[in-house]
Design a binder for this molecule. Structure first.
Ligand SMILES: [Zn+2]
Length: 80
């Protein structure tokens, strides 16, 4: 079943994608605008948090290298 695409909207963009149809320009613009809004609404805090998490993990790995390697191997499905 294919629902009617409401062009020029984010829902339209998603509908294109679900139906496997290349999105038209108005739908692509609507999706781009939506993404830009999302990025603007929660910018720095989330990115800063992710960077902090990465730095903390790197410090833990340096502090406990053997434990880190063991955990990494375990998570990756065995030693490499
Ligand atoms: Zn469209």
């Amino acid at each position: 079943m294919t629902a009617k695409i409401e062009h020029g909207t984010r829902a339209g963009y998603q509908r294109h994608t679900i139906q496997g149809v290349t999105p038209c320009d108005p739908c692509r613009k609507a999706n781009r605008d939506y993404q830009a809004l999302l990025y603007k609404q929660n910018p720095a805090p989330q990115r800063a948090r992710a960077a902090a998490r990465y730095r903390a993990l790197a410090r833990l790995a340096r502090r406990y290298p053997d434990d880190y390697q063991a955990l990494l191997s375990e998570e990756a499905g065995g030693p490499r």
